[in-house]
Design a protein. Structure first.
Lengths: 266, 121
């Protein structure tokens, strides 16, 4: 039961961080959370499909289907976050308008659905295999419920913490979280592509395991927060930095547009 | 949603898929020609062999054959690899080039029993 709780908690935590950020930022931009149940539903459907079709998916692309589909989902989510960061910055640089933006809602939907599909797929597979097939349903389900509960508690704390900030502070904090989460997603995509031999495997540039081990609790939290990696390679580092720079550029673009708007109105 | 917003959101993905396919085409023949292969079997939630020896600074193709009926997730923090292999099926994972040392791996769905390591020398 404990191992089930830990396995489920790990997956849930990664999704919870992202979704709470999306909830807090979309609320700070004046939107209601109506996208959330739809995103959850799409995510659950995606997770179910991924788990059920995993065998044929893995066989696609010469046995590399899992990695390629995973990488495409991760990079799509990262791209969505880059655009989202731009929208957050645009909203932060002007007074609250109370207007609903379909772009914000669509991106929240997309990013949350992609995240839940990925994390949920693994959880579903595990629970099905060891609950239903191996007949340990009670132990696995209780572990899964505990793990999910802990993850959701953390999420609640996190969401209300963000909402307690002023509008500006909340938006810029969420922009920062979105930047780091997006970079973490790009990092995961590079592992998938390296694993499939679509990106070159390389010697890592350094090893910070002595400071924080990836398998420690701190390491797992940092991994969920921004994709902490103890032994990054050159390719991973470059793509990670490129992702961060893209988000910074998105914010700079918003600043540029805000300045232009001010100039034309005065 | 304005046309430009929709364009920004979906414009990336087809290009990404094309890029991946081009890289796959380029990397495929080169990789298959020279890469040593090692087979690891999963039986009764255990890895056989539990210790895999590979040469240093070489890319290696691991073929993981899951002979159990339940899925297993081959995972390693040190190798940065993670792959779910459904029951009665196999998966391919590329690792390396690696510096000499020991790199543990485990089956995430059966942590207590499925443990192994890659020894690079």
């Amino acid at each position: 039961m404990i191992s089930a709780a830990i396995i489920v908690l790990r997956e849930v935590l990664e999704g919870v961080l992202l979704i709470c950020m999306l909830m807090a930022s979309s609320a700070a931009m004046g939107h209601r959370l109506r996208w959330l149940p739809v995103g959850l539903l799409l995510g659950v459907a995606g997770a179910y499909s991924y788990a059920v079709f995993l065998d044929p998916i893995s066989m696609l692309f010469d046995g590399l289907g899992q990695e390629i589909i995973s990488a495409v989902m991760l990079l799509s989510a990262a791209l969505a976050l880059i655009v989202y960061v731009h929208l957050i910055a645009s909203h932060a640089l002007q007074p609250a308008s109370g207007q609903s933006s379909r772009a914000v809602l669509a991106l929240c939907l997309l990013a949350s659905a992609l995240s839940i599909s990925r994390e949920g797929g693994e959880v579903y597979l595990y629970v099905y295999a060891f609950g239903v097939q191996a007949g340990q349903m009670a132990s696995i389900m209780s572990g899964a419920v505990i793990g999910t509960g802990i993850g959701l508690s953390f999420g609640t704390f996190f969401y209300y913490g963000l909402r307690a900030l002023s509008r500006q502070a909340c938006l810029w904090t969420c922009a920062g979280i979105a930047t780091m989460t997006g970079a973490g997603l790009v990092m995961q995509a590079t592992y998938n592509l390296e694993q499939a031999d679509l990106l070159p495997g390389q010697q890592p540039l350094w090893d910070t395991s002595a400071l924080v081990m990836e398998s420690s609790l701190t390491g797992e939290m940092l991994q969920a927060a921004f994709g902490y990696e103890a032994t990054p390679t050159g390719v991973q580092l470059s793509l990670y930095l490129a992702s961060v720079l893209a988000c910074l550029a998105a914010m700079a673009l918003a600043r540029l547009q805000a300045t232009k708007r001010q100039e034309t109105s005065t | 949603m304005t046309r430009s917003d929709r364009g920004r959101r979906s414009a990336g993905t087809p290009w990404l898929a094309a890029l991946v396919l081009v890289l796959a085409g380029a990397a495929g023949p080169v990789a298959l020609a020279q890469t040593p292969e090692v087979e690891i079997q999963i039986r009764e939630h255990l890895f056989f062999p539990a210790e895999v020896r590979i040469p240093a600074n070489t890319k290696v193709k691991l073929i993981i054959r899951n002979l159990d009926t339940t899925p297993e997730e081959f995972e390693s923090y040190e190798l940065n690899r993670e792959k779910v292999i459904v029951g009665n099926s196999q998966g391919i994972v590329f690792i390396g080039p690696l510096a000499p040392g020991e790199y543990p791996f485990f089956g995430e769905f059966n942590l207590r029993t499925a443990q192994g390591k890659v020894i690079v020398e």
